[in-house]
Design a binder for this molecule. Structure first.
Ligand code: ADP
Length: 490
């Protein structure tokens, strides 16, 4: 299938791969089945990818197993050299990678470029960190023994990624896996396979050996079933919804796989009376409206101290009302389309339910005049804890404002959720910084800042937001196993 939209003029059209990548071979499904991928902005086709059968997924696992023998025995320095080339080539091709990302996902081109830069950042950082998979020497219990701990690659990894960050989620799993000496079979989200396939094409050019990275496309449950049940797969890394994460975790039980899960979030964003309001409003714009609100770290419940509620709300409405909505490739656009009609309906439902309960639309509130899945950036005032917008992840450009009085009260309300990925707060009180940072039941805390993630920081949640960390040295640990060696008879 040809791409119809003129906006996708790639410098290197070979980066739009419409095939899977198994054992170093770019292949179609033997059945000939494929699925079309449409741009969320205007439903133009971006291309097609194969619908692989279970046998072909099994073949990918076999390829990863075979490649593992060579890859794990390279030194970290040798693996790092290949990975650094991969990172460099990602940046060389950033224009094309960003165009592909915006075409399949919809986000503004500037955000797509930032994401691709982040992907290169993960690969580059882990290329180096692989050298620090240190073990330990333990003082032995008697003089006849020596006791040593070594870290080894866990083996073949299955990975499943979502559509909201089609590039960086792939890099964030592949980079530590490869650095640790693991090989990987990755299933990208059905909406956004082309960023993953392009990254794999670049990895191949960089010299990543055949079978080290495999990309499979097709029916999610079928691929997930094989990756979770095949005993040769020793670890599953999943980013997506809490519901699917629970299902995959259960499926992994049978073969006792290591699992890491990065699931839904429901981030509180608290503005205390002593906060710098201008800084807080700017932070909220980033934390709420990046990727049209479709991030798991999106500020979802905005708690404002009653004394600054009105002042904050009016500053926020001014900025939100000025956000430019449109096609991700149009200059200056800040808010792209939502991923699907279903996503749009969820946003509409939350808003309608809130209004019925007494909330007020301070700006936006309805489908954008551009049509399709574009939605107006929205601020809802007078939201309360019982409303859907305050109880469920929105995944859209809607900022619900709630009032609070006391520090202890707002922390208790912020924690009153099964989720625990990110929490944000703004204050200028030194003591409160520590009380609130320690009081929030989340894996990540942003203090006076609306964007926290980067490759050297451990990203991940607590409670039903999952477990395991991505990025940082903790991210490498996820792909290593500990072996204790006891040498006796000295
Ligand atoms: P969302 O609703 O945001 O798309 P999902 O959790 O459904 O979140 O999707 C995240 C990833 O999980 C995607 O790659 C999707 O294809 C995959 N997925 C969904 N259902 C299953 C399943 N039953 N088994 C394996 N993967 C799945």
């Amino acid at each position: 299938m040809k791409f119809r939209d003129d906006s996708l003029r790639l410098n290197d059209p070979d980066l739009l791969r419409q095939k899977g990548f198994i054992g170093g071979v770019w292949c179609d499904a033997a059945s000939g089945d494929s699925m079309a991928i449409l741009s969320p902005a205007d439903a133009t086709p971006v291309g097609c990818v194969p619908m692989f059968a279970t046998g072909e997924i099994r073949e990918a696992v076999r390829a990863a197993q075979e490649a593992s023998r060579g890859w794990r025995t390279l030194t970290p320095r040798q693996r790092g050299a290949v990975m650094r080339r991969w990172a460099e080539l990602i940046l060389v091709n950033i224009d094309d990678l960003a165009s592909i990302l915006t075409a399949e996902q919809g986000k503004p081109l500037a955000e797509a470029r930032a994401e691709v830069t982040g992907s290169a950042g993960f690969v580059d950082w882990f290329a180096e960190e692989g050298r620090r998979a240190y073990g330990e020497v333990i003082p032995p219990p008697d003089g006849t023994r020596r006791t040593i701990v070594v870290r080894e690659p866990i083996g073949v990894v299955g990975a499943i990624t979502p559509w909201n960050f089609p590039s960086s989620m792939v890099a964030r799993k592949c980079a530590p896996a490869l650095a640790a000496g693991c090989t990987i079979i990755l299933k990208p989200a059905p909406q956004t396979p082309f960023s993953a396939l392009a990254l794999a094409a670049i990895a191949e050019r960089a010299g990543v050996p055949a079978g080290v990275i495999n990309i499979v496309t097709g029916d999610a449950a079928r691929i997930g079933g094989e990756l979770t049940c095949n005993p040769a797969v020793r670890k599953l890394s999943f980013t997506g919804s809490t519901a699917v994460g629970k299902l995959l975790m259960a499926q992994c039980a049978n073969t006792v796989k290591r699992v890491s899960l990065e699931l839904g979030g429901h981030a509180p964003f608290i503005v205390f009376a002593d906060a710098d309001l201008d800084m807080a409003v700017q932070g909220l714009i980033a934390a709420k409206f990046r990727n049209a609100g479709q991030t798991c770290v999106a500020a979802n419940r905005i708690y404002l101290h009653e004394s600054i509620y009105n002042a904050f709300a009016s500053k926020l409405v001014c900025l939100v009302g000025a956000l430019k909505v449109g096609h991700g490739t149009s200059p200056g656009v800040q808010i792209g389309p939502l991923i699907s009609e279903a996503a749009l309906r969820k946003v509409e439902l939350q808003i309608a339910e809130a209004i019925e309960g007494g909330a007020r639309v301070l700006c936006g509130g309805k489908r954008h005049q551009l049509g399709g899945t574009f939605f107006e950036p929205t601020v809802l005032g007078e939201v309360n804890d019982g409303m859907l917008a305050a109880r469920e992840e929105t995944f859209g450009p809607v900022a619900p404002l709630l009032r609070f009085r006391e520090e202890a009260e707002v922390l208790q309300r912020a924690n009153d959720t099964p989720y625990g990925l990110t929490g944000y707060f703004y204050t200028s009180d030194h003591g409160r910084v520590w009380r609130a940072a320690e009081g929030l039941e989340t894996g990540i805390v942003g203090v006076n800042v609306g964007v926290t993630a980067f490759e050297a920081a451990p990203f991940g949640g607590v409670k039903e937001s999952g477990f395991g960390r991505e990025g940082a040295r903790q991210g490498l640990d996820e792909y290593l196993t500990t072996k204790y060696v006891c040498v006796g008879g000295l």
